[in-house]
Ligand binder design. Sequence first.
Ligand code: ADP
Length: 267
Amino acid sequence: MKYFVGIDIGSTSIKISIIDEKKNLIGSKTSASGSMFYKYAQETLDLLLKELEISPKDVVYTVSTGYGRKLYKEADENISEITANAIGARASAKEFGEIKTIINIGGQDSKAISLDNDGNVTNFAMNDRCAAGTGKFLDVVALKLEMGVDELGEKHFKAKGTPLGVSSTCAVFAESEIIGLLGNNHSVEDIVCGVHYSIAKRIVKLVKRVGVKEGIYFDGGPALNEGLVNAIENELGKRVFIPKFPQVTTSYGAAIMGVDSFLYDQN
Ligand code: ADP
């Protein structure tokens, strides 16, 4: 059996996908990027191969992508995360239909990608200048409210009334704004919901720069947060598709690219 590996070395986490020749996802794993991208990528891959009982010899092609892709020297090829994201999104959303717009929120940036009918990237917009509208913003908020980022989603749905206005765009100022809101006796649930809407508003502005075309696909770690998904859908006024494993779309796309490159090299 031949296997293909996609490694996405992001600013916050490393995502690895393993697929077979038919491009079926066999397994995936996520770990923190930390400061030693290469070391952690290799360790995560070794662990995943072990868990799946796959011999490293059976991995015939590896494609790296993401912020730290060039640091993974063992890769046969490296590709941009925008290309990998587009390939992975189309393949992950087969049951949903044609994908025309991708919203990706990562640990330190957010992107809107526009695709044509053949899945080619025609335009993209990116925010990597400040933490607003990124996973980092959610991490800061969760830390201040003494909970994990994975708990923000359920709090969102317990908020009451109109979402609270959270106007700070900088994560540092947001922290002081949250302290002020807590001091004014606002509930944690209302604050979390307000934060989600403030991020959603920024994301919608970003998407509008490339044009809002349905079907819309949302991925990256923050897509695991159902509260944020709800706020983005309400702000966009459109349904958004979330894949089963939103954090590994880009590594899945890189692995798919690996199958195509491998088969091309064979011919
Ligand atoms: P990158 O590719 O830039 O490394 P990711 O797509 O891995 O970023 O997203 C990282 C962000 O995802 C984190 O900063 C965090 O806010 C969010 N996140 C990670 N896991 C979860 C989870 N279980 N629930 C909600 N949010 C999460």
